[in-house]
Write a protein that binds this ligand. Structure first.
Ligand code: CP
Ligand code: NVA
Length: 305
């Protein structure tokens, strides 16, 4: 299924979400608005009889469980599919697997390493395919982050977001969504740790974490060691050490600034425990919003709204 660019009429039905750039600004806003509605009335029978496949070849707590619980709340079901238990691991091709799964499922969420593999799923499946995280993007996370910011500040337009640390998949999606929804991201990343897409208009990359955080409304970080980078652990811990989000760094942000982190967190590495669990952390609300935005996304992609 092909990505669609900025349709005049709002319709996400039958589409894929592989990258934030698949969404027009009005579509991203519609997802956030519906998420708020579903948060207020969580158990609406909008997807009765629908099944979401969860093809995850990487670990997951939040994404897996929020998609599953979300489908249950909407009257549908989710089916976890690990690569090991499919004929795929015995040599059946991805196109054939995608063709067959499309005959049973209504949508497929894929978490994998290479973004190109996600694109192959989308190419061969005839049902909506959702990026549940690749090495390049994490669009469901960005939608939850934008909702959390909008919840707290009442708007996204003009909001100044600081990012500190690794230029991860989460940063790319967050900045791409900012381009669409009006917030700006200044990211402090060490040399060699810049995001894979630095061409985003809503993103400025600097070296000094203090420069990024100074006056920011929101401060965001992510693990220093993303899934698939475990072999670089020692070097990453060393290189990213000056980018830890601690109380001292956060003190440079706006007086009522708050902190986001997609989780899982590594207290003492990218964030200190006092910031993670402190009163300026919006991290647990952010985790909760994963459920609401993904439910909204499913309802819209499956044409139930
Ligand atoms: N933030 C996030 O995607 O968490 P999981 O890896 O637990 O799904
Ligand atoms: N950047 C992290 C996000 C985990 C949700 C990773 O890709 O592992």
């Amino acid at each position: 299924m092909g990505g669609v660019t900025a349709p005049l009429e709002l319709s996400l039905a039958g589409r894929d979400l592989l990258r934030i750039s698949d969404l027009a600004p009005a579509e991203a806003e519609a997802i956030l608005d519906l998420a708020v509605e579903l948060r207020e009335r969580p158990k609406q029978p909008l997807l009765v009889g629908a099944t979401l496949g969860l093809y995850f070849s990487k670990h997951s707590t939040r994404t897996r469980v929020s998609f599953s619980a979300g489908m249950t709340q909407l009257g549908g079901a989710a089916l976890p599919l690990t690569p090991e238990e499919l004929q795929l691991s015995r040599g059946e091709s991805l196109p054939d697997t995608a063709r067959a799964l499309s005959r049973y499922l209504d949508a497929l969420a894929v978490r994998t390493h290479e973004h190109a593999e996600l694109e192959a799923w989308a190419e061969w499946a005839s049902i909506p395919v959702i990026n549940a995280l690749t090495a390049e993007e994490h669009p469901c996370q960005a939608l939850a982050d934008a909702l959390t910011i909008r919840d707290r500040l009442g708007q996204l337009e003009g909001v100044r977001v600081a990012w500190v640390g690794d230029g991860s998949n989460v940063l790319v999606s967050l900045a791409a969504l900012g381009e669409r929804l009006g917030y700006r991201v200044v990211a402090a990343c060490p040399e060699g740790y810049e995001p894979c897409n630095t061409l985003l208009q809503g993103l400025e990359v600097v070296r000094d974490p203090r420069e990024a955080v100074e006056g920011a409304d929101v401060v965001v970080t992510d693990t220093w060691i993303s899934m698939g980078q475990e072999h670089e652990r020692a070097k990453r811990l060393l290189d990213l050490e000056p980018y830890r989000l601690d109380r001292e760094l956060l003190a440079l942000a706006a007086p009522d600034a708050f902190v986001l982190h997609c989780l899982p967190a590594h207290p003492g590495e990218e964030i200190t425990a006092d910031v993670l669990y402190g009163d300026r952390s919006a991290i647990w609300d952010e985790a909760g919003n994963r459920l609401h935005v993904q439910k909204a996304l499913l309802v819209l992609l499956l044409g139930a709204r």
